[in-house]
Write a protein that binds this ligand. Structure first.
Ligand code: GLP
Length: 237
């Protein structure tokens, strides 16, 4: 594991952006796996600045996002599609038809999850995957569980996640109860992974994830087994 400890959120954002910058410049046709949540917003801003400075070209890049809420349309400001467009895709020269998220409006979320898994296979997998981590150690929407679940699928969100994510909604009741998420195998198949974790309130969970036992009770702990893991954090001494 490559552990990069940074001083604050600003440094974290720049460090994450630098790794994405290098990937895209070394491999202009790369497949990037992308995350939502508050953590990556600063990194997306930095990359947009690089793009505006003429230093990075997304015309041949493909992206696949980790997850999407079931029942939210792309026009819904709380959907992850809307988030990605607003915070990233609308500001760079990426071909929107190459930006993929699970379809939250699919009639059959299980079939949609299967389609998404197949799409990632057809793309020959993910070159670089950016992950955040939930307060309970979740990655994507792989919540603490009795076992690791391999494939992309529909999941029901943990109580703690519903509460944590309610900050983006008017109330907890409005947070969709389920989502489609990449599974643990899908995540672990990425050739390189960046785990970005910010804020002291996540320090204990991050320590467990990186240095504790590998257990589905702490989903991020599985990343200890990945050979191409870079952790960027401002919450470890
Ligand atoms: C959500 C997303 C995760 C993200 C997590 C942490 O639940 N599904 O992919 O990593 O929140 O979000 P934040 O960065 O806002 O703490």
């Amino acid at each position: 594991m490559n552990l990069i400890k940074v001083k604050d959120y600003e440094e974290l954002s720049r460090a994450v952006a630098d790794l994405i910058y290098m990937e895209v410049n070394n491999n202009p046709e790369c497949v990037l796996g992308l995350a939502t949540g508050s953590t990556p917003i600063g990194a997306y801003k930095c990359i947009i600045e690089d793009y505006n400075a003429g230093e990075i070209d997304f015309s041949d890049v493909t992206t696949v996002n980790l997850d999407e809420y079931v029942g939210l349309s792309p026009e819904n400001p709380q959907s992850y599609r809307y988030f990605m467009d607003e915070n990233f895709f609308n500001h760079i020269n990426i071909d929107k038809s190459r930006t993929h998220l699970p379809d939250g409006m699919a009639q059959d979320p299980d079939a949609e999850a299967e389609r998404y898994e197949e799409l990632i296979e057809e793309l020959d997998g993910i070159d670089l995957l950016l992950l955040g981590m939930g307060h309970n150690g979740h990655i994507g929407f792989n919540e603490p569980d009795e076992e690791f679940v391999a494939n992309t699928r529909r999941v029901y969100l943990a109580e703690q996640t519903l509460k944590a994510n309610s900050r983006f909604f008017d109330s907890t009741e409005q947070v969709p109860e389920s989502a489609i998420t990449m599974g643990i195998k899908t995540i672990m198949s990425a050739r390189e992974i960046i785990l970005a974790v910010s804020g002291n309130d996540k320090a204990n969970m991050l320590k467990k994830a990186l240095f504790g036992p590998i257990t589905p009770r702490v989903p991020a702990s599985v990343l200890q087994l990945h050979n191409g893991l870079t952790v960027i954090t401002d919450c470890l001494e």
